[in-house]
Design a protein around this ligand. Structure first.
Ligand SMILES: [Zn+2]
Length: 306
């Protein structure tokens, strides 16, 4: 049977926002449309998560903070750090995206490979949100699967251009989760956390140097850690046209990166759960197409390898 990539989506991924907000909320709905138009998601449709329950979220997050989000009553200073108004719609989005990443991971364990159309909220730490991130979906999903005994060793491959500082903080003392982040050294967050492995790149790092840096570490990590599951944060903000990026990757470079990560993991026997991470292009259509590169690569590699 030919491989069909399981793709997870919930209409709540696009929260209601006041017009003019700098967060590109429209990309989520547009991404779902692009995936259907491109035939990556066919008649079988999307897999739809439920909204994450409180108990799932508090597997990682502080109950007081989680309650504030659920009730859309986050104090003003904490909301400023998040950079989004935590309205009921935005809170619902955070719950749907978190449950979506857990569903993605379960599908990946079943079928070898699956992708969310949101997720990668890697700046969210145990008791606060930051940098547009409210709940750390990858951390919550990983913790739930470890608790259930579904996996024993997890590898987080975070290639968003910003450091996965929240994920690093959350799993600082957890040997069952290895956090690897490759990011721009001059970019947010100013004060970096310590991942299990950080690779820092200079501004204007282009395709070739980027792919070489990745190729120098990923196969060794997979061989050493032998993960039962890889969470892959495929942020597209290393792209040259990204407002926050600074790394000067091309479309081709991002496509090669995604295919390389997925193929290398699958060849090492590790299932891959992909999340989209950050991307900040003012044009929602162009941005959605850029994010769809993850799903395109996953479908192509999955068809070859699974
Ligand atoms: Zn980012």
């Amino acid at each position: 049977m030919t491989f069909r990539l399981p793709v997870v989506y919930h209409p709540a991924y696009r929260a209601e926002m006041l017009p003019g907000h700098r967060f590109p909320m429209e990309k989520y709905r547009r991404l779902a449309e692009v995936l259907v138009e491109a035939g990556i998601v066919g008649a079988e449709g999307f897999h739809t998560p439920d909204f994450a329950e409180f108990e799932l979220i508090t597997g990682v997050h502080d109950p007081v903070y989680a309650r504030q989000v659920f009730d859309a009553e986050v104090p003003a200073a904490a909301a400023r750090r998040i950079g989004l108004p935590v309205t009921p719609s935005v809170a619902a989005r955070a719950r749907a995206a978190t449950a979506g990443t857990l569903l993605t991971a379960r599908l990946a364990l079943e079928r070898g490979l699956a992708c969310n159309t949101a997720g990668g909220s890697h700046h969210a730490a145990r008791d606060y949100g930051s940098g547009f991130c409210i709940f750390n979906d990858v951390a919550v999903a990983g913790r739930a699967l470890l608790n259930e005994g579904m996996v024993k060793q997890i590898l987080v491959v975070d290639l968003d251009v910003h450091q996965g500082d929240g994920t690093a903080f959350i799993f600082e003392q957890e040997p069952a989760v290895f956090t690897f982040s490759m990011h721009g050294e001059k970019n947010f967050p100013v004060r970096k956390a310590r991942s299990d492995l950080d690779v820092e790149l200079a501004d204007e790092t282009g395709d070739q140097a980027y792919l070489e840096a990745l190729g120098a570490v990923l196969p060794g990590l997979l061989a050493t850690m032998r993960p039962d599951l890889v969470f892959y944060n495929a942020g597209v903000d290393p792209h040259a046209a990204d407002k926050l990026g600074r790394l000067a990757l091309s479309d081709q470079g991002l496509a090669e990166r995604d295919a390389y990560v997925i193929e290398t993991c699958l060849l090492a026997g590790a299932p891959v759960a992909g999340v989209i991470g950050g991307g900040y292009d003012p044009d929602p259509d162009r941005l959605a197409r850029r994010h769809a590169g993850l799903h395109r690569a996953a479908q192509a590699v999955g068809a070859r390898r699974l």
